[in-house]
Design a protein around this ligand. Structure first.
Ligand SMILES: Nc1ncnc2c1ncn2[C@@H]1O[C@H](COP(=O)(O)OP(=O)(O)OP(=O)(O)O)[C@@H](O)[C@H]1O
Length: 579
C-alpha cells in the first residue's frame, strides 16, 4: 500500500478532475436513491388514492431526477477517465525515462520481459483501478449506506430482513475478494514469465530454427501458457461465483420481503408500495456492496503492479553526476590504476588489479582468450559499469569527475554486438552525432568500409533496417556500428572486437582509414586476432581478468609464452600476421 501512496503524486496535477468525478457521482447516486421512494409514493398515494395530478407530478419528478443523474454519471465518467489517462501517461513517461538511465546491472536485474510488463499491463492495471476508484468508490458505499438508511426510515417493518441479508452478503464479498486478490497476484507472476519467454524466443527465432528446437520451444511455451490458463481460470472462476451467489442471497431476501410484506399488508400495517420500494433498495444494497468489492478486487490487483513500478522508479541510478563536473576538452590519455570489478557484488572479480597507461593519440590492443575480461575492461571507460576499487583517469582526472554526457560525448564506442535500430542507415548513424550532415555520414561509412555496400542499396543511406538489422549481414552490421562510432570524431575510440565478422581485406582498409582519420585519437582495439592489434603502441595480453603481459608485438613475441602460442596457432589457421 506504501507504493500506492508514493504514486499518488502523479494524481496531483489532475486533482481538480479527481475531485469533480466523485462529486458528479454523488449527484448520480442521490438521484438513483430517490427513485424507489418516488415510485412508492406513486403507488401508495397516487394510484391507491386515484390522484392523477399527483401521479403526473411524480412522473415529472422521476424524469427530472433521472436526467440529473444521467448528467452526473456522464460527468463522472469523463473526469475519472481524464484523471486516470493523464496519470498513466505521466507515469509511463517517467518509468520509460528511468529505464533509459538504468545502469547495465539494473537492466540485468529487471529482465526485459518484466520491464515490458511494467510499461504495459502494470500501468494499464493502475489506470483501470484509478478509473474505478473515482467512479465507483463513492458510488458503492454511498448506495449501500444510503439504501440502508432509507429503508430504516421508510420501511422499518422490513428492516429485519436487511439485518440478515447484509451480513451474509458482506461475508461473501469479503471472502471472495480476498481470495481473488491472492489468485490475481499469482496470475501476474506467470504473465511476467510468459513475457520474458516470448521476448527471448522471438529474438532468438533464427537460432531456434537452425537448431531444430521449434518443438522444444513450443512445448516449453505451452507449459507456461497452460500454467497461465489454469491460474487465470481459477481467479476468474472465483469472481464468476460471486455474482450468482449474491443474487441468490438477494432473491431469498425478496422472497422473505414478499412473504412478510403480504402478511403485514393483509393486517393493514403496511402499504404495497413500501414492499416494492424495499425490493428496489435491497437490489441497491447488493449493487453497492458488489461495486465496492469490485473496486477492492481491482485495487488488490493494482497494489502489486504499483509495487513493481515503484521498485523500478526507485532503482538507484548508479552513475551519479558530480555536482561540479569537470568540463575541459578531453585530450585522450587514459590510465587504469589497480582497477578491480565484478558484475555481481561479492562474486569473483572479472577484472583484477588492472593497471596501464596510454598517452593521447596512441593505440592499445587488448588481446586474450574468450572470457578473459577484454570487453569488460573497455566498458569501464565510458562508465557503462563503475569500478569496485582502483581508479580510471582520463587526462589525469578520475572519470567520475567528468559529467557523464561530456565523458560519453568524447568517446566513440562500437560494442561487440552491433546493435542497430529499425530506422534508416542515416538515422542509425545520427545516434553517434545527431546533427551529422549527409557528407559526414558518407565519410564515416567510407572509413568503416561500408560505403560500397550502402551505395549498392537502392535507397542508399535512406535504406530502412529491419528490427535487429536482420536485412544486413553480420559484417555489414559491424561496419555500420563502427561508422556510428567514427562519425562523432571522438578523441577516444573504443572498438570491441568489431571486425570479427569482417573479411581480412575490408579489415585492412578499415585499419588504414582509422590510422589516417583518427591519428590524434586514443584507440582501444579489442580482438582475439593478433593481426588486428599487431601495430598497436602497446598490447595488453589478458587472461582470467588480469594483464599477464604488455608491450609491443615484437616485445611480446620475446617475452610472452602465451602470445607466442597464440601467434603460432593463428598462423597455422591462416590468420594473416604479416603485412
Ligand atoms: N553482464 C554480465 N553479467 C555477469 N557476468 C558477465 C557479464 N558480462 C560478462 N560477464 C562475465 O565476465 C567475464 C568476462 O567477460 P568479457 O565479456 O569481458 O570477456 P571477453 O574477454 O570480452 O570475452 P569474448 O572474447 O568472448 O568477448 C566472463 O566470465 C563473463 O561470463
Amino acid at each position: 500500500m506504501q507504493a500506492v501512496g508514493k504514486l499518488s503524486k502523479y494524481i496531483k496535477p489532475y486533482i481538480l478532475f479527481a475531485i469533480i468525478a466523485p462529486i458528479m457521482m454523488i449527484v448520480e447516486v442521490s438521484m438513483d436513491l430517490l427513485q424507489p421512494t418516488i415510485l412508492q409514493h406513486i403507488i401508495d398515494d397516487g394510484i391507491a388514492e386515484n390522484d392523477t395530478v399527483f401521479i403526473l407530478r411524480s412522473f415529472g419528478l422521476m424524469i427530472i431526477t433521472s436526467l440529473i443523474g444521467l448528467i452526473g454519471g456522464i460527468g463522472c465518467s469523463i473526469y475519472a477517465s481524464r484523471t486516470a489517462v493523464n496519470f498513466s501517461t505521466d507515469l509511463r513517461h517517467d518509468l520509460y525515462e528511468t529505464i533509459t538511465y538504468f545502469s547495465n546491472s539494473s537492466k540485468d536485474k529487471f529482465t526485459l520481459g518484466k520491464l515490458v510488463t511494467n510499461l504495459t499491463s502494470d500501468i494499464e492495471m493502475l489506470q483501470r483501478a484509478l478509473t474505478m476508484l473515482l467512479k465507483i468508490f463513492v458510488r458503492g458505499p454511498m448506495m449501500f449506506i444510503g439504501a440502508i438508511v432509507i429503508v430504516f426510515i421508510t420501511a422499518r417493518e422490513l428492516f429485519p430482513i436487511l439485518m440478515v441479508v447484509v451480513p451474509i452478503l458482506a461475508f461473501c464479498m469479503y471472502y471472495f475478494t480476498a481470495l481473488s486478490g491472492k489468485l490475481f497476484h499469482k496470475v501476474q507472476l506467470v504473465v511476467d514469465v510468459v513475457n520474458t519467454k516470448v521476448q527471448e524466443n522471438l529474438a532468438g527465432i533464427r537460432v531456434i530454427k537452425a537448431y531444430n528446437r521449434k518443438n522444444h520451444q513450443i512445448d516449453q511455451f505451452t507449459d507456461i501458457n497452460t500454467q497461465l490458463m489454469k491460474r487465470s481460470m481459477s481467479a476468474d472462476q472465483i469472481i464468476g461465483v460471486l455474482a450468482p451467489l449474491t443474487m441468490f442471497v438477494v432473491n431469498m431476501g425478496i422472497v422473505a420481503a414478499l412473504w412478510m410484506g403480504a402478511i403485514k399488508v393483509d393486517n393493514n400495517t403496511l402499504q404495497v408500495g413500501v414492499i416494492l420500494a424495499f425490493i428496489n433498495y435491497l437490489m441497491m444494497v447488493m449493487q453497492g456492496l458488489m461495486s465496492s468489492s469490485m473496486v477492492l478486487v481491482q485495487l488488490a490487483r493494482a497494489v502489486p503492479s504499483a509495487e513493481r513500478i515503484v521498485e523500478v522508479l526507485e532503482e538507484k541510478i548508479e552513475f551519479t553526476n558530480p555536482s561540479v563536473p569537470e568540463s575541459h576538452k578531453i585530450q585522450g590519455s587514459v590510465s587504469f590504476e589497480n582497477v578491480s570489478f565484478s558484475y555481481l557484488k561479492g562474486t569473483e572479480s572479472v577484472l583484477k588489479n588492472i593497471s596501464f597507461h596510454v598517452n593521447a593519440g596512441e593505440t592499445v590492443g587488448i588481446l586474450g582468450m574468450t572470457g578473459s575480461g577484454k570487453s569488460t575492461l573497455v566498458k569501464m571507460i565510458p562508465r557503462l559499469f563503475d569500478v569496485d576499487s582502483g581508479v580510471i583517469k582520463i587526462d589525469g582526472i578520475p572519470i567520475g569527475q567528468y559529467g557523464l554526457e561530456h565523458l560519453r560525448q568524447s568517446i566513440g564506442f562500437a560494442p561487440q554486438k552491433a546493435t542497430l535500430f529499425s530506422k534508416t542507415i542515416a538515422e542509425n548513424l545520427q545516434y553517434g552525432k545527431s546533427e551529422a550532415t549527409e557528407q559526414q555520414i558518407l565519410q564515416a561509412l567510407q572509413a568503416s568500409n561500408a560505403r560500397e555496400f550502402v551505395d549498392r542499396l537502392e535507397a542508399g543511406t535512406e535504406h530502412v533496417l529491419t528490427q535487429g538489422a536482420t536485412n544486413l549481414s553480420g559484417g555489414q552490421r559491424q561496419r555500420l556500428a563502427m561508422a556510428r562510432a567514427f562519425i562523432r570524431k571522438p578523441n577516444i575510440l573504443v572498438l570491441d572486437d568489431v571486425t570479427s565478422a569482417v573479411d581480412s581485406i575490408s579489415e585492412k582498409a578499415i585499419q588504414q582509414a582509422i590510422d589516417e582519420q583518427f591519428a590524434g585519437a586514443t584507440k582501444f582495439i579489442v580482438s582475439s586476432k593478433i593481426s588486428s592489434v599487431r601495430h598497436a603502441n602497446q598490447i595488453l595480453l589478458m587472461d582470467d581478468g588480469k594483464i599477464i603481459a604488455k608491450g609491443t608485438h615484437e616485445q611480446l613475441l620475446k617475452t610472452s609464452e602465451l602470445y607466442n602460442e597464440m601467434a603460432k596457432t593463428q598462423a597455422e589457421k591462416g590468420v594473416t600476421l604479416s603485412e
